[in-house]
Write a protein that binds this ligand. Structure first.
Ligand code: SF4
Length: 731
């Protein structure tokens, strides 16, 4: 083993902290990384500990879900895939094929998968778990500015006078971004921190103003602030006149949002609304941050646009410390956006519905005109619906765990069980989703393959390998490329290294908003992480600079102006009623990542968060006769879970909160998505995972300890460490 220091990126959240791995055995923050400046949270600090736990080492196959898996060769596994693809193309056509990928992928994985599915197989049925994460932000930026792309950079955290955080528990979910912001806040007494969240989170606890609004009332609040800014005439008339369209109809909409109406809808004091608007008006630079609390909503795009509207109203964009900043959940959700990793996108911030974009990509890929379908493909939920109807005949899932992360889990599991042929490629085994696979493919993970990732501030980092993949695991891009070659596309997949893949992708971004054509693996290794835009030919000094978008206030819409979003508030899709009188909201904890596939196998994190829980306000606990720690049943129209109650004033009356990390592998009855519904934003198709109507009852008697759900035939891992490393969380 080399004792060299390997520079890489943390593979968890979208903050994208730089890491250094010493001798392949110790991890520390990379002080030279401009995004994180050497800081790292508990997830990044412990990431090495899961590398050798429960790894899937060889391809495994079974003809049906009631049979045990058996080891097969890669050659046989790839033949099975190619044979099934040909069969589905012949019988059902391209719409029968679906790939569901992941923001955990490196950019190179995304790109080769795109080329295979959208280019060579002729279907846009390629969606990723980013659909559940930030597709509303993509849609909102595009509608408001003419293109996706967060306009801010992390340096803005240290330039702002007023940070307005809505729908983001930044302290727990994006800890190093919050660390930077909090240090600035503590150092400068004039800097205001406003947090909008139904819970008194760790983020809200240190805010100057916490607006504990009702779930789903965000647009009331945002339009209420706009109403006051216009009424006080503290808006930027010059910016509005010269750089925006849609102000007049927007003004008509927000006229209705009087402070008392807003306060009643949000469940807050009108004085708190006035205070938030005053700080927005008085500050030289307002930076808003948002995340899943805005995006995961049936009006997610409208919410994000309503927030962007406030920046347009006050000219708070394109200058240091200001702008609407969406924080991405996953480490390479941004790389997914750049490579076209959603069912309506193509690489380079292009659209499948745009004939010029299709032609440009087909030419680059040396494919005949018409190879790329003009129809947007199936989104994550539409894949489930396709399985239900039989339209989807082959599902390929990679690096994600939909049997925990999608809403309405019973319906999802039933649909997955109907799939005629499911390929599942992942690093770990078992996961909840492996129960529904016919063919398992072992993948190289973080540290075992070299590639790039882009973080929330558009900064691309080269993540270097420092160890070989275990067993027969391969990089995802290598698997997709080999399938492409076996299907007859040798020329399209003649890659030998991930550097070659990146070079081809970067060239395709030339002249696009996300221009990375001035980047290469070699240059990223030499200069360190770089932000885009980074056009070909830019000097090293220019490449290294911090970059904000829209500093000239020219936007990427056809008229060059930013567009006000014109939406009224709708509220949540499932309104509480007599039968289901409470609203359940879901979220994340500091230590865990998503469905625990990695963090569940790290003892320190299991000890930090030993069991799931449901937060309930003392007044609701009293009404239902629930005491702190008692087991309660939470029921929605779709399912039931049983969880220990955490009675706390930190949650608003009428609202419950439970973390989303516990799937069936880690607890017998705690999956938050057993309760959630699939109603989604009509523009972004992002499901409303943040709010559903539920009822509660004391659970008697407590459920007997159960063996976590496993497929009847799931064996222990073929080789390597078994699940001894996993601790059963006590009830
Ligand atoms: Fe990793 Fe995010 Fe923690 Fe940084 S803040 S170390 S990227 S999990």
């Amino acid at each position: 083993m080399s004792d060299a220091v390997t520079k890489t990126l943390c593979p968890y959240c979208g903050v994208g902290c730089g890491l250094e791995v010493v001798a392949g055995a110790k991890v520390r923050g990379d002080r030279a990384h401009p995004s994180s400046l050497g800081m790292v949270c508990v997830k990044g600090a412990t990431v090495l500990e899961a590398l050798d736990k429960d790894r899937l080492l060889y391809p495994l196959y079974r003809a049906s879900l009631d049979q045990p898996f058996a080891r097969i060769s890669w050659d046989a596994a790839l033949d099975l895939i190619v044979e099934r693809i040909r069969q589905v193309l012949h019988t059902t056509g391209p719409d029968g094929l679906c790939l569901y990928g992941s923001g955990q992928w490196q950019t190179e994985d995304y790109y080769v998968a795109q080329k295979l599915v959208k280019g060579c197989l002729g279907t846009n049925n390629f969606d990723t778990n980013s659909r559940l994460c930030m597709s509303s932000a993509v849609a909102a930026y595009t509608a408001s500015f003419g293109s996706d792309g967060p306009p801010c950079c992390y340096a803005d955290l240290e330039h702002t006078d007023c940070a307005f955080l809505i729908g983001t528990n930044t302290a727990e979910c994006h800890p190093i971004v919050f660390n930077r912001l909090r240090q600035h806040h503590k150092k400068h007494s004039h800097v205001k921190l406003v947090v909008v969240d139904p819970r008194r989170t760790a983020t809200a606890a240190v805010a100057d103003l916490h607006l504990a609004i009702r779930p789903g009332s965000d647009i009331y609040l945002l339009h209420g602030i706009a109403h006051l800014l216009i009424a006080w005439d503290v808006i930027d008339h010059r910016f509005i006149a010269q750089h925006t369209t849609g102000f007049a109809p927007y003004q008509q909409i927000v006229k209705k949002y009087h402070p008392q109406l807003v306060a009643d809808a949000c469940g807050i004091d009108p004085a708190a609304l006035v205070q938030a608007a005053q700080w927005w008006a008085e500050s030289q630079a307002v930076l808003s941050l948002w995340s899943m609390g805005i995006n995961q909503s049936r009006e997610g795009t409208a919410k994000a646009q309503s927030l962007i509207n406030l920046h347009l109203l006050t000219g708070q964009i394109g200058k240091p410390g200001a702008g609407p900043f969406s924080l991405t959940g996953q480490p390479n959700a941004m790389g997914g956006r750049e490579t076209g990793g959603l069912a309506h996108l193509l690489p380079g911030y292009r659209w499948v519905t745009n004939p010029d974009h299709r032609r440009e990509v087909e030419t680059h890929w040396q494919l005949p005109p018409g190879s790329i379908s003009p129809q947007p493909g199936r989104t994550a939920w539409q894949i489930i619906e396709g399985l239900e109807t039989g339209a989807v005949q082959m599902l390929w899932i990679a690096a994600t765990n939909p049997a925990v992360s999608l809403p309405h889990l019973e319906r999802v599991k039933a649909a997955l069980a109907r799939s005629p042929f499911t390929v599942y490629q992942d690093c770990y085994f078992p996961t909840e989703t492996s129960a529904y696979a016919h063919l398992l493919l072992p993948c190289a993970q973080w540290g075992e393959k070299t590639g790039t990732m882009t973080n929330s501030e558009r900064r691309v980092t080269l993540c270097q390998a420092f160890r070989a993949p275990p067993g027969e695991a391969k990089a995802d891009w290598e698997i997709f490329a080999e399938v492409g070659r076996r299907l007859g596309f040798a020329q399209q997949f003649a890659f030998h290294t991930s550097a070659e893949v990146f070079a081809e992708f970067a060239a395709l971004t030339q002249g696009r908003p996300c221009d990375l054509s001035g980047m290469s693996h070699e240059r990223l290794a030499r200069l360190g992480p770089l932000q885009w835009p980074c056009p070909a030919g830019c000097t090293d000094a220019a490449a290294r600079q911090d970059k904000r978008l829209y500093t000239d206030h020219r936007f990427l819409t056809p008229d060059g102006r930013a567009h006000f979003g014109l939406a009224d508030a709708l509220g949540v899709a499932e309104v509480p009623d007599d039968e289901y009188p409470l609203v359940l909201t879901t979220g994340r904890l500091y230590g865990h990542w998503h469905t625990q596939t990695r963090t569940g196998r790290i003892p320190k994190i299991q000890q930090m968060h030993p069991q799931p829980f449901v937060e309930i306000h003392p007044s609701d606990a009293e009404r239902w006769g629930i005491t702190d720690g008692a087991l309660i049943t939470v029921t929605s129209r779709r399912g039931t879970v049983q969880l220990p109650a955490k009675v706390t004033p930190d949650i608003a009356p009428g609202t419950l909160f439970t973390p989303m990390h516990w799937g069936a592998l880690w607890h017998p009855s705690a999956a938050a998505n057993a309760l959630t519904h699939p109603a989604a934003c009509p523009t972004s198709q992002q499901p409303e995972l943040k709010a559903c109507a539920v009822r509660i009852a004391a659970a008697t008697p407590p459920p007997a300890a159960k063996t976590p759900e496993r497929p009847p035939s799931d064996p222990a891992p073929a080789t390597g460490p078994t699940r001894e490393s996993r601790q059963e969380p006590p009830l």
